[in-house]
Structures are given as C-alpha cells and as structure tokens.
Design a protein around this ligand. Sequence first.
Ligand code: HEC
Ligand code: HEC
Length: 322
Amino acid sequence: MRKTSTLVLGFLLVVAFAMIGAMAYQLKANKEATNDSGAPIEETPTQVAGIVHNPPSLDDVPDGPLGEAILRGYELTNDTSNVLRSEAATTADGEARVNELSCTSCHAGAGMDEEVSSLVGMASVYPMYIGRSGQIVTLEERINGCMVRSMDGQKFADDDEDLDAMVAYLAYISEGIPVGAELPWRHLSNMDDVPVPSIADGEELYQKSCIACHAADGSGTGSNTGPALWGEGSFNDGAGIARMSKMAGYIQNNMPIGAAGTLTDQESSDLAAYILSQDRPEWKNHAKDWPHGGRPSDIMTKDKRDAIKDGTIDWNEVLGKN
Ligand code: HEC
Ligand code: HEC
C-alpha cells in the first residue's frame, strides 16, 4: 500500500515537472518572439498602463456587515481623533489614544485624493518589507505604524474591530488593483535634493501663507481644515513627515491648499525647517528603527531641534550633502 502511493506520488511529481518545464519554455519563446522586421518586440509596461486611480464610490458599498465595516473604516480614517476621542470611556483615554490629527490630515480625502499621499491600492501592496522596521510589515502593522508615530497614539490590538474596519475600507478603495502592482501615485511627496534652509525665511513665509489655516502657533484650526503642524497635538518625531525630505516634498506638492506647486524647492525647504525646528512629541524608539542600517540623516529629532536653537546645526550633514 505504502509502496503504491509512493509510486503514484513519484509519477505525479514527474508530470508536474514536465508541465512546469513546458510552461517555462513557452514563456521564454514568447519573450524571444520577434516582429516582422526581425527586431525584438518592445516590452510594453502593461502592468503599469492598466493601473488607474479610480476608487469606487462609498455609495456602492455592499449591504450587510462588510458594508458597515467599510463605512466605519472610512469614518475612522477621515475623522480619526474626533471618532476615537468621542467614543473613549474617559477623556484621558481618548487623549492617550491619538493626537488631534486624522489620517486625512496627511492622506487627503481619507486617502482617496490621488495627489496627497493616496492610500488607494495599499491592500494590494502590503505585506511588504519596510527598512525602518527591518521586517515584512502587514497592512494592519502599517496602519498601527501611523497610529503610534503620525497620530502620536497607541496601537490598535490585533483583534480590534476598528482595525479590521480600516483594513476593510482600504481593501474597498484598492478594488481592481492587482497584487504587487507598481502604483504611480506612491511616494510623490518626497524631495530628493533638499536645499540648505533658512529658518528665518521659513518663518516669514509661514506667517504670510500658512497661518490662515494652521494658526500662527502651529496648533491648527482642525484636523481636516488646517491640522496641527507642531506642538502636543501634532505628529511625533518618529513620523515619516518629520524628515526634511518628506516634509519639504509634501509642502511643495500640496500646500498652500489652492496654490499647490507654486513654492520653490528653497521656499519648501525653509518652511519645512521652520516647522520641524519647533517642539513636538518625542518618539521613544528611535534606537530600534532601521535595525539593519540605512537610517536617514534628515530625521528631525530633539538633538537636531536643540542644535538649531543653539546655532550648531550642520545642515549639510542633515541633508546628506557631505
Ligand atoms: C502627519 C501625517 C500623517 C498622518 C496623520 C497619517 N499618516 Fe500615514 N503616512 C504619512 C507619511 C509621510 C507616509 C509615508 C509616505 C511615503 O513613504 O512616501 C505615510 C504612510 C502610510 C501608509 C503606507 C503608504 C505606502 O505607500 O506604503 C499607510 C497605509 C498609512 N500611512 C496609513 C495611515 C493611516 C490609516 C492613518 C490614520 C490612522 C495615517 N496614515 C495617518 C503621514 C501621515
Ligand atoms: C486654505 C487652508 C490651508 C493653507 C493656506 C495651508 N494649509 Fe496646510 N493643510 C491644510 C489642510 C486642509 C490639510 C490636510 C490635508 C489636505 O486636505 O490636503 C493640510 C495639511 C498640511 C500638512 C500635513 C499635516 C500635518 O499636520 O503636518 C502640512 C505639513 C501643511 N499642511 C503645511 C502647510 C504650509 C507650510 C502651508 C503654507 C505654505 C500651508 N500648509 C497652508 C490647509 C491649509
């Protein structure tokens, strides 16, 4: 009996290998195919061409528990601090959970605005390797990453229904996007070569162009009308946007609202440096980030804020120009 099954298994394996071999050959043949003139056929980037930023409407969510979860996830994403604080058992609870921002404060339109750190397609690209964590990160863990850094709050527990709801919402707006797709709208808000800033110029420009929505003291006018840019209500210095390259890129691409794209590299850098020179909550686990190396030099931590205050900051070093 055992012998027969081993034989059958062996036979199946041989057949399987033969099939894989045939398929591989066919693939290779397709790749090497030539057109009429004998020149190799251009490899067209069909994977990218088919990817469009077109999240389905919230009017079309299915009825029933899944639909309810998607809509709850949308609320949590769009109005994070208000929802979590208003439902907390005590005020202190709500305050411990999150700062005064919402995901929309940085991912505009609850992550459905293509230009402003869109979250469309996230359910198709996670899990993925993240250098800052030094490991494969799931979508749940990535959401929690923004909870503890950008939202300066606490993680959702693995079995928290609100975390499931946010994942359901992100899966909904990722509909139609194939697993592992290259998303052309990803990482748009990043400045590769940030000029050495002038904080004084940044302050002047901030008072002129930004206070109507973000207030003169940076405390903001509301998470979705003008979020807090520094102080206790804002993101901590472990957040991605606490890096000069991401802050300057974000400002240039998205601010001021209504006139995005009008600031020069220099102005965006000046504004980023002014904002990131201000006090904000500290991330306690900097030492654990980037465990396998590659730590960026432009994270504006407390020692750098102090160096700005006492005039010893070396911007060339911070901006990797040495
Ligand atoms: C203070 C700004 C800020 C807030 C608030 C914020 N994020 Fe983010 N988020 C970022 C930045 C910056 C990145 C990194 C983008 C990049 O790598 O280019 C990011 C990345 C992400 C990513 C991964 C994007 C990718 O392309 O890999 C997800 C998912 C995400 N955030 C979800 C959330 C959720 C959910 C919330 C609310 C609970 C939230 N974020 C709140 C700034 C913010
Ligand atoms: C008309 C109101 C308005 C003006 C003016 C404006 N912002 Fe914003 N800002 C917003 C809104 C609303 C958001 C939330 C994201 C969105 O909706 O695009 C935001 C988000 C931001 C964020 C990310 C969120 C955070 O908490 O860090 C930064 C940084 C920022 N603005 C910087 C600036 C700077 C710098 C200026 C001046 C050059 C400026 N903004 C001018 C309304 C404004």
